[in-house]
Design a protein around this ligand. Structure first.
Ligand code: 5RP
Length: 284
């Protein structure tokens, strides 16, 4: 498959996702990071010239993308309390059958998670290479953002959790050495065996708690997030925004203004030019 076929797939998926989920009367829209999101911004630009929409980027690259498109960026921390994003769009490194995602290939996972959780609807856009049944099928590692001081300790703990060779991500550009995130933290990439979904565990495909060498998506995410020194884990799982808001409406003690980390829909651009849409109801 040629590079241009992959790029065409990304563009087709982005156009469809924007057509289905971008409302030109929105007030706040989240914009993720990576190469696919470029086509989302392109599609938003051609769908609307409403100057009142405020775009919340997920890092330096994302902010430049918004500015270069002539759109208005605002920083996440200027969002007034109680204001949610109407929708947030982002790319993904891999997506499983339950819509759990791995993100962080571009080292922006922390801000991407903040923005995804603040959105009523989180929508992912990806090409066919990212469409799998289980995480860590094709994408090799879980990206983890770590405080520099704690990097060696976190790597040692990841080995105890079963990752054979967690490695510090380095930059291959002008400056050699560890890659620094927008928070000035490091990224550790941790390989594991393909992760089970909750349904796999129910079906007896493994315990999913690490004791038999298998990990379920939410369990490994929680175990890694619990390590002191870890800022964020590049697994986007749990509830989607719509379900999270329903839970909060029923239980007022749950933290306010929190959507979910899981997308409500993932748009995959396919090699044949078609677009597949995966939601909780299945795939069409
Ligand atoms: O999570 C991300 C950055 O941290 C990206 O969204 C992810 O890596 C997908 O990137 P691309 O669209 O270039 O494949």
């Amino acid at each position: 498959m040629t590079d241009s076929a992959v790029e065409s797939a990304k563009r087709a998926a982005a156009q469809r996702a924007v057509r289905d989920h971008f409302d030109p009367s929105s007030t706040h829209v989240g914009i993720g990071s990576g190469t696919t999101i470029v086509y989302v911004v392109e599609a938003i630009k051609s769908a609307s010239t409403n100057p009142n929409i405020l775009f919340v980027p997920t890092g330096y690259q994302s902010r430049q993308l918004v500015i270069n498109a002539g759109l208005t960026p605002i920083s996440f921390d200027t969002l007034p309390d109680g204001v949610m994003l109407d929708v947030a769009f982002d790319g993904a490194d891999e997506v499983d059958a339950d819509l759990n995602c791995i993100k962080g290939g571009g080292a922006c996972l922390f801000q991407e998670k903040l923005v995804a959780e603040r959105a009523r609807k989180f929508v992912c856009v990806a090409d066919y290479r990212k469409r799998q049944d289980r995480l860590l099928t094709n994408w090799p590692t879980i990206p983890i953002e770590v405080a520099p001081l704690a990097q060696r300790k976190v790597v040692a703990a990841l080995k105890l959790l079963g990752s054979p060779s967690p490695s510090l991500r380095t930059t291959l550009l002008e400056k050699s050495g560890p890659l620094k995130t927008d928070q000035d933290f490091f990224i550790v990439d941790a390989p594991f065996e393909p992760l089970l979904t909750a349904k796999d565990v129910e079906a007896g495909k493994g315990k999913g708690d690490g004791t038999d060498g298998t990990w379920e998506v939410n369990a490994i995410s929680k175990a890694i997030k619990g390590l002191t020194g870890v800022l964020e884990v590049g697994i986007f799982a749990g509830q989607n925004g719509v379900d999270a808001q329903k839970s909060q409406a029923q239980d007022k003690t749950l933290s306010a203004v929190t959507g979910g980390q899981k997308p409500i829909a993932v748009y995959f651009g396919m090699a044949d030019g078609s677009v597949k849409v995966r939601t909780a109801e299945g795939e069409e």
